[in-house]
Design a protein around this ligand. Structure first.
Ligand SMILES: [Zn+2]
Length: 406
């Protein structure tokens, strides 16, 4: 009788799985997505906060206004937690440059805090991994802060503590160029230290002590190996992909993925099209875009009027020569590969929205459920999906906290 019952229940389970693995119903996708704690570990949305015409509480059009994240669309997409990046682009690596980078970083931190004060009914600052649970329970979104680029630390290690006090819970050690901490994966000048500098080793030590996650995205391969060797805590790649699927120096090769798994770390899948799928040549679009950039300079350095004029020209390029982007299925190809090489406990999602992220089918935060749909279609269980959407990142975050001794 017991055997019979177990056979019947296994048959029932198999049946349920088949339903879930085939074409999951819209209702089932929504249920799994809403039940998961969903966290995006990397967005550059604070780039908008210094623009007076932008409101975090208003919904924007991702196509015509370029904004990919705001509170209404986070609610629509059911994103529970978000890491807002304090991004500081690199300038001169001297005393003057370091000082202005520090001020720029502090200004962005302040802009995040003023948004948190402005909309307390919708968003709340999260400083510990476990903070997200009560925030979600109150039907709010948890806002975590990451510092993208260690350049504002300059040569003053005590600034790590200052940024921690402002809420930073990860630091991306470098950006597109080498800095005083380590080599970048994309500096046209090549390696400067063949990994991490002596100062960088001190940065890693202090971050471990404070309980700040070390983010290896943008770091060169040698920097990655140095960081993992030096760090006492697991590390994250807040927005990176698999190099075996898309050959780009920003992505991690299979050996790095295995080393990351051994370190108990996590790679958060970036959905910036050029890192997901080799770009299709679009010479007319590229030269039209280059013209716009030449005319106006960087979008994010413009004032409100400048941005408006920039967008008029930029949207015309989009209409005349629509971008050929990777899609959600391409994104999940990377997740499949990472799971195969590193395991289901070492992958998450960091979209890079507002920093270039966005693919067909998941162009802004309102569409993130489509990733859940594709995962279910490929046979991932709700438990796996919980891990991918935030469980793995929270596990790493809590290990980093436990190993801290500040
Ligand atoms: Zn980045």
């Amino acid at each position: 009788m017991r055997i019979k019952q177990s056979i019947i229940s296994s048959l029932f389970l198999v049946g349920a799985c088949l339903v879930a693995q085939g074409q999951p119903s819209a209702k089932y996708i929504t249920k799994v997505h809403e039940k998961a704690i969903t966290i995006d570990s990397h967005t550059d949305t604070p780039m908008w906060f210094l623009n007076e015409e932008y409101s975090f509480a208003s919904s924007h059009d991702s196509r015509t206004q370029r904004s990919k994240v705001d509170i209404p669309r986070m609610e629509q997409g059911r994103l529970d937690g978000i890491f807002l990046a304090v991004f500081v682009g690199q300038q001169e690596r001297d005393e003057k440059g370091n000082l202005s980078a520090k001020h720029e970083a502090l200004q962005v931190f302040d802009s995040i805090h003023s948004n948190l004060h402005r909309y307390p009914q919708h968003i709340q600052l999260a400083l510990k991994s476990e903070d997200i649970y009560p925030i979600v329970k109150e039907n709010k979104r948890a806002v975590f802060i990451g510092l993208e680029n260690g350049y504002p630390i300059g040569s003053d290690i005590s600034l790590i503590d200052s940024f921690y006090n402002k809420g930073a819970r990860y630091i991306t050690l470098c950006h597109t160029l080498n800095n005083d901490i380590c080599d970048s994966s994309t500096d046209p000048k090549g390696a400067e230290y063949n990994g991490i500098s002596d100062f960088g080793a001190g940065v890693v030590r202090r971050m471990n002590e404070k309980g700040i996650m070390i983010d290896v995205s943008h770091a060169s391969d040698s920097s990655f190996y140095d960081i993992v060797r030096l760090s006492k805590a697991p590390v994250i790649a807040s927005h990176s992909c698999a190099r075996a699927i898309c050959d780009n120096p920003r992505n991690m090769n299979d050996d790095m993925l295995r080393v990351l798994a051994k370190n108990r770390g996590v790679i958060q899948m970036c959905i910036l099209s050029a890192y997901v799928k080799p770009a299709v040549a679009q010479p007319e679009r590229d030269s039209a875009k280059a013209e716009v950039r030449k005319k106006f300079g960087s979008f994010y350095s413009l004032d409100a009027e400048g941005r408006k004029l920039f967008l008029e020209d930029w949207n015309k390029v989009d209409r005349d020569f629509p971008a050929i982007l990777a899609n959600v299925s391409d994104v999940v190809d990377h997740i499949d590969h990472i799971v195969k090489i590193a395991g289901i406990d070492h992958v998450g999602i960091g979209t890079d929205f507002d920093g270039g992220g966005g693919v067909d089918g998941c162009f802004d935060v309102s569409e993130i459920k489509n990733i859940t749909a594709e995962l279910l279609k490929r046979g991932y269980s709700p438990k796996d999906i919980n891990k991918i959407w935030g469980g793995n990142l929270l596990r790493v975050f809590s290990e980093v906290e436990k190993l801290a001794n500040n």
